[in-house]
Design a protein around this ligand. Sequence first.
Ligand SMILES: [Zn+2]
Length: 388
Amino acid sequence: MDTTTNAIVFEDMIDFRQPRYGGDGKFDLQGKRVILVGGVGCEASDYLEIQECVDSAEGGCVALLPRSSDCTLYDSAVLAESAGALAVLASGPLTNTRVRDTWWTPDSTLVTIPTFSVTNSVSSSLLSLTPSYVDLTANLEVGVHPTYNVIAQGKGGIEKDGAEKRSGSQSVFVGAHLDSVAAGPGLNDNGSGSATILEIAIQVSKIGGDLNNPVRFAWWGAEEEGLIGSRHYVAQLSDSEKSRIAVYMNHDMLASPNYIINVKNATDAPLVTKPGQVVQGMYEDYYNTRKVPFMNGPLQGGSDFLSFLEGDVPAHGMSAGAGEIKTDEGRTLYGGLADAPLDPCYHRACDTIDNINQQCLTDISQATSNVLWSLLNKDNLASFLGRN
Ligand SMILES: [Zn+2]
């Protein structure tokens, strides 16, 4: 982006970024007027000035959206496009102002005009000049692509003739997302989680011949695009299939370089379910016994456990931290740097093998192996977990 007089050049990934959705094709918009939409951009009537611009000699303007939680950025972009906006600039923190693909369903419109998050300072600069104009060039693609989940169901809990050891027995479900963001290789996010559960699956298959309860593993696709793989999986389960999952245990980022051990607090979950709290307690007992410190972050926000909780299946999650800032308490417990991100390479090109903290990976993967092994050998798993 650039302005013609008193030009300010804005930089990709610093001043603006393209949300994961919106914009198809090559765009070269020169000297287009920026209009701050009315209200918060959630109603068609907020775009009257945009429509007037389409009908004027200018032939179209760029819509600037304030940050709002009244509707999704996708909703606003659809309204802007149908009003005739040439592009959308949505102001707010770049990390938060993003379009989630989950807001789009196969029946929804594909927004084809360029849609960008811009920082509040870009938006203030644009608003400080009236009128303000932007040059905007972009080469974008929006499309629908196939993606896959990998699901493995173990034979534990099943007799040689194929009959279940216990009728109606429930599986313990262990998952991690297999995809990474486009910006980097994603070794911590989430090679660490997917490799951990792969190794656990291999070990369980070697030694778990006579387990009391079945185990299921999942490597999710398209988590980074909005939990798409796990949401799809949960959505296609029948109620009786859901009731056969004892608990889902999520693993996302287990080796953050400036780590904490985050045993997620299932009582903070958007939908509280007892089995998640029981699993949380098992991790805590494991760490207490071994005198390894742990912390309790909220079981909220963006990873695949949310798909299960929203689908009414109990869940728990483990993580060593993403872009969150390390607190003084975290520094005291684990060393490293306070006031710095738990993973400075989160969603960046430097999330390579050098971004893996071995101690952290060991401490979490051993805990998960231990908790899982204990669950798989319980005599009455459902009552142990309080699952009904
Ligand atoms: Zn992740």
